[in-house]
Design a protein around this ligand. Structure first.
Ligand SMILES: O=P(O)(O)OC[C@H]1O[C@](O)(CO)[C@@H](O)[C@@H]1O
Length: 548
């Protein structure tokens, strides 16, 4: 740690670790009757419980000292002022403007962007409504029944995740599909599920150059031409991009082109016209409610004291585990089936943002940065990898997400879901001691020898941390809130780690090498001299396999 501005706060936390050598989360609950009362925050109907953590009041104070030492409030002001917060790309990161409903001025590098944001939002939502209500027709004059979003990364994960999360709000006469992979199977399988004559393709790409998206878009265009004729293309394609010239060159008419701007990062773009396919599905009002959810969190993040600020607390607690307890992973487990793609969405948001090892000055970061994020819906995850959470040698902090009321599903099953979610977080921190295990086995009639053999396998160490997000139901507004909470968490962490969370240079090398290798993979006679031995060997074997 050679960052003078935060080293004192950092070393104080390091020293404080020893306070937990023989104190467990269960002990903290026993000692402090007010623990839940003081270790949760409410934002409207959403409750964030952070009481089941290896933290006490001193930890929180020291973590907040760390945040202040890193000048969190000042950096937050820079972010919201629309200044150049992403120096390696010379850009602002002003996705918050996209969910500003009031139209108050929002500056990007000194210019109010709200007029163009509102105009584009208006154009996109009017188009979405027209597709939805049948005002906009197919080439043959019919209503659209299928929308296929073609995009990858931030141009796919956001709308795909949200379309699934909000499926009860999607118009029943519309099916939303998402094609991302350059593996032709993705498009081929989707084309089997749609009626091409009633399908709108939305080509979503910030740059409109991404290999996967442009390959799939051209293939979809060929499919439309083969089946419906060239003249049908303008009626069956729309596009969302920051590159209007490239979109025009693809043959998409002006009224089906939707813009966003370079100050919107791909993984923050769901709030922009990239949400078009979602907006077609859920309609204008629900999409605006979704934006309101994001705006709720922007207001909370900018106006709430740090000690009660949910994204700040989320960030600091995760940093506590990452940098002081050496926890390399963080799980997100929605007990909400429709949030099934939320962990994948967060993987891009968090790992593309904070998966960095140099700081803003280009020097080694000096601390561990972003953890591995993963997750699956509960209860499925319980039957897959929770064994490791409970008894493995890794400590994996967990975020549980739970709705108080189900939407469009059998309410009789919901208490079981709730019980499982609460049971898991309780089991994780409480554990089961050797004495408890032995008493249980004895009650089952086992003798001493059998008890001695079995007991070690049945002990749960406990003291395993988790947070719980409990909300009324998974509405558009709730989803907007959840996403924005995680976005701002990522930003807070980047400030403490002093890294740029808005660039993603780490994905470039693989893209370059793929372009170099593509002709070698396509042409069996192409010269592989100069490749490393493994890559050359794999290509040779691939060529041999293709001949058999
Ligand atoms: O929207 P585009 O330009 O097609 O890019 C897709 C994705 O590719 C990345 O640039 C890197 O893989 C992501 O950040 C982005 O969301």
């Amino acid at each position: 740690m050679d960052r003078p501005e935060i080293s004192e706060a950092f070393f104080a936390l390091e020293a404080h670790l020893s306070d937990f050598h023989d104190v467990t989360i269960a002990d903290l609950f026993t000692k402090d009757a007010r623990r839940f009362a003081d270790f949760h925050v409410v934002l409207d109907d959403l409750l964030f419980d952070f009481s089941k953590h290896r933290i006490d009041r001193t930890t929180l104070k020291l973590l907040l000292d760390l945040a202040r030492a890193a000048k969190l409030e000042e950096r937050r002001a820079v972010l919201f002022a629309g200044a150049t917060i992403n120096p390696t790309e010379g850009r602002a990161a002003m996705h918050m403007a996209l969910r500003t409903m009031s139209g108050v001025p929002m500056q990007v590098q000194g210019r109010d962007v709200m007029p163009e944001v509102l105009a584009e939002r208006h154009k996109m939502l009017a188009f979405a409504e027209a597709v939805r209500d049948g005002g906009l027709k197919t080439a043959a004059g019919e209503r659209f029944a299928h929308v296929v979003n073609i995009g990858i990364g931030g141009s796919d994960l956001g709308p795909a995740m949200a379309a699934r999360a909000l499926s009860p709000f999607v118009a029943p006469h519309l099916d939303l599909h998402f094609v991302a992979n350059v593996d032709g199977a993705d498009l081929a399988d989707t084309l089997k599920r749609v009626d091409l004559a009633r399908t709108l393709f939305v080509v979503s790409s910030k740059t409109f150059t991404t290999l996967e998206t442009m390959t799939n878009a051209r293939a979809a265009r060929r499919a439309v031409i083969d089946r419906l004729g060239e003249a049908a293309v303008p009626a069956h394609f729309a596009a969302v991009s920051t590159a209007p010239k490239e979109v025009a060159a693809f043959g998409i008419p002006e009224d089906c082109r939707f813009l966003f701007w370079d100050w919107v990062g791909g993984r923050y773009s769901l709030w922009s016209s990239i949400g078009l396919s979602l907006a077609i599905g859920i309609g204008k009002q629900n999409f605006e409610d979704f934006l309101r959810g994001g705006e709720d969190v922007d207001n909370h993040f900018t106006t709430t004291p740090l000690a009660e600020n949910i994204p700040v607390l989320m960030a600091l607690i995760e940093i506590w585990y990452r940098d002081f307890w050496d926890c390399a992973a963080q799980a997100v487990i929605p007990y909400d089936q429709r949030l099934g793609r939320f962990p994948a969405y967060l993987q891009q948001l968090e790992m593309e943002s904070n998966g960095k090892s140099v700081d803003l000055s280009g020097a080694a970061a000096g601390t561990s940065t972003g953890p591995v994020i993963f997750g699956e819906p509960g209860t499925n995850a319980q039957h897959a990898f929770f064994q490791l959470f409970h008894q493995g040698t890794e400590i994996v902090p967990v975020d549980f997400l739970l709705a108080a009321e189900p939407l469009a599903s059998d309410p009789a099953q919901h208490p079981l879901l709730v019980a499982n979610c609460l049971a898991q977080s309780e089991a994780l921190f409480r554990g089961r001691t050797r004495a408890e295990v032995e008493a249980k086995l004895r009650a089952q009639g086992l003798d001493d020898e059998a008890i001695a053999a079995l007991a070690p396998h049945k002990v749960f160490e406990g003291n395993r941390p988790s947070s719980t997000f409990l909300y009324k139901s998974l509405t558009p507004r709730t989803l907007g809130r959840l996403i924005a909470l995680y976005e701002h968490k990522v930003f807070v962490q980047s400030v403490i780690w002093n890294i740029d969370p808005f660039d993603q240079w780490g994905v470039e090398l693989g893209k370059e090498l793929a372009l170099r290798l593509a002709p070698l993979s396509a042409d069996p006679a192409a010269d592989t001299t100069g490749l490393d031995a493994s890559t050359a060997g794999l290509l040779a074997h691939l060529r041999a396999l293709r001949k058999t």
